[in-house]
Ligand binder design. Structure first.
Ligand code: BGC
Ligand code: MG
Length: 581
């Protein structure tokens, strides 16, 4: 990016303007925030065991403040047997020794707040670990007991009860039911697990379960957290009678609903009904209760839903004023890289969330999906959660993926509302497609007999220092997933201050976003640049993105940001610029 050598651009005032989109009112910080997701086991390791930890995070927080984000969201660091990388919690009110102690958490919190960063914890209420005391007590108690009623126990079918209660299939592969053995050694009831067999689903119809989580929320709110990201917020209530369900087609596996992710945009009528375990309207009552707990605390605490529901109009029901503050916009994440689709999803998102007074969110990567620097160069659809690996056909080209990713991020950070970043994307990290089979740990890989690679490729520990063992991830060369040998150029210290680096692009975009208050702005579309170009104005900034294959002429204007070198006044393919309007 050679800002200095760029010609002087002026955006003509007579450019046709269509379809203004305004954001929601309200002054809470999270409406406009950029929130950085830390995946603790892969962020920074202080102990040398190859697993990231809380002191490691604390030691690196200043670099996130320098990057210019407003908040961090920490994926789970609670006590856990780590069968699903911490999304299998055995004690919600303690820190897993692998990650540190509660005192380490308090230090992290205090350091973050001193740096002006808010901290969001990841609450996992749909299921516990099978090692959680509640589940162990349920196993030890008799059928029909209060302890059993904390979870979803059912009798099996058939004369001996040895057929699963229904035909549901786990998100990670295999049946969604597991039969238990009674304390006296006889075969017993079955329990439901939407995810791994080690993650039994809680029974959220049971008021006792609801009460426990009010206490858990207060435990972390008392420790100062600024809010929660809520895991599988769409799965907690199941349809009465647990009817059999056969998905209409091979769908996005992680949380995917019956509709493919790219079908999010049409009206509700176009979308097949949700499976009986996703998106049940009974969940809204739970979220109203949680919202009320957060409201007991001063300041604006945020509650962000991981809710894979289609379409956007339905997702918007989750962010009504007395429920979640915001929800991840997965429709945006999976939108095809075309001007028409991107513009439509931006319009539809702002309209759908805005209709209930919520900000839209924007997100391109997280710990469950193929990193967008690779995903945007994939030639075929990869169902979400399936992952990619050495045998995936049509190897994506890293350079064109990164180019698109930089353009896509430049667009995302210009939009009003709240944006989520996933650790490593500011370094332009690609998905690691070459992880050896023996290193893979995702339950998806294990439960599908290695048919689906799963999500390990986006979870590889991130590089900090090009010349250090484990690229400075920790003090030793250890890394719980092996790091690729060619990652030195991605290291943070190799990109710091380097003109044109992805890190500097993110830093510039975040500084401009903050300076011009783009998060609180509105989208005004500018037409006339051709079918493969998106052009919009947000406050004093004009954003032009070329999603096509041929360069387009740029208007005259002061260049604020460019995702690639701009030479001679033309906007190349897969490139975004911000100009001063
Ligand atoms: C998390 C996943 C996790 C699953 C089960 C999610 O959607 O983001 O990483 O495996 O919930 O807790
Ligand atoms: Mg460690």
């Amino acid at each position: 990016m050679t800002l200095e050598s760029a010609p002087d651009f002026t955006v003509p005032a007579d450019r046709p303007v269509t379809g203004e989109q305004v954001t929601s009112p309200g002054s809470e910080w999270w409406r406009t925030a950029v929130i950085y997701q830390i995946y603790p086991r892969s962020f920074a390791d202080s102990t040398g065991d190859g697993i990231g930890d809380l002191p490691g995070i604390t030691s690196r927080l200043h670099s996130l403040a320098e990057l210019g984000v407003d908040a961090v969201w920490l994926s789970p660091f609670f006590s856990s047997p780590q069968k699903d990388a911490g999304y299998d919690v055995s004690d919600y009110c303690d820190v897993d020794p692998m990650f540190g102690t509660l005192a380490d958490f308090d230090t992290l919190m205090a350091t973050a707040h001193d740096l002006g960063l808010r901290v969001i914890a990841d609450m996992v209420p749909n299921h516990t670990s099978d090692q959680h005391r509640w589940f162990q007590e349920a196993l030890a108690s008799s059928e029909g007991s209060a302890e059993r009623d904390r979870y979803m126990f059912r009798d099996g079918k058939g004369p001996n009860g040895d057929i699963a209660p229904n035909n549901w299939e786990s998100v990670f592969g295999g049946p969604m039911w597991q039969r238990i053995t009674n304390p006296d050694g006889t075969p017993g009831q079955w329990y439901l697990h939407i995810f791994d067999v080690s993650q039994p689903d809680l029974n959220w119809e049971n008021p006792w379960v609801r009460e426990q989580f009010f206490d858990i929320l207060r435990f972390w709110l008392d420790r100062g957290v600024d809010g929660f990201r809520v895991d599988v917020a769409h799965g907690m209530i199941k349809e009465e009678g647990l009817p059999d369900y056969t998905p209409p087609m091979e769908t996005a596996s992680m949380g995917g609903t019956a509709a493919a992710a790219t079908d999010l945009v049409p009206g509700i009528a176009d979308v097949p009904p949700d499976p009986p375990y996703w998106g049940h309207s009974g969940v809204h009552d739970i979220w109203r209760g949680w919202n009320a707990v957060l409201a007991e605390y001063p300041g604006d605490r945020v509650m962000a839903a991981e809710a894979w529901v289609d379409p956007l109009e339905k997702m918007a029901l989750w962010v009504r004023p007395d429920e979640f503050s915001q929800a991840f916009n997965f429709g945006y994440m999976f939108t095809e890289w075309t001007a028409r689709d991107m513009r439509k999803v931006v319009d539809d998102s702002i309209a759908a969330f805005g209709a209930v007074g919520a900000p839209s969110t924007w997100v391109l990567s997280n710990h469950d999906v193929v990193r967008h620097a690779t995903r945007l160069a994939l030639h075929a659809d990869v169902p979400q959660g399936s992952g990619i690996g050495p045998k995936t056909p049509g190897k994506p080209d890293t350079a064109s993926g990164l180019r698109r990713a930089r353009a896509a991020t430049s667009l995302m950070l210009s939009l009003p509302g709240s944006a989520y970043l996933y650790q490593g994307e500011e370094l332009g990290l690609p998905e690691d497609m070459e992880l050896p089979d023996s290193a893979r740990q995702d339950p998806t890989w294990l439960r599908t007999n290695h048919e689906k690679y799963g999500r390990d490729g986006c979870r590889v520990p991130i590089p900090w220092e090009a010349d250090k063992p484990s690229y400075g991830f920790g003090p030793s060369g250890n890394s719980w997933l092996p790091q690729p040998e060619d990652w030195a150029p991605y290291a943070r210290d190799a990109q710091e201050g380097l003109a044109g680096s992805t890190l500097e692009l993110y830093r510039t975009a975040l500084a401009l976003r903050s300076e011009h208050r783009l998060g609180a702005g509105a989208v005004q579309w500018l037409d006339g640049y051709g079918p493969d170009v998106i052009a919009l104005r947000n406050g004093p900034v004009t954003v032009i993105v070329n999603l096509g294959k041929v360069a387009v002429e740029l208007p005259i204007g002061e260049l604020l940001l460019a995702s690639e070198d701009i030479i001679g006044g033309a906007l190349p393919a897969d490139t975004a610029v911000w100009l001063r309007s």
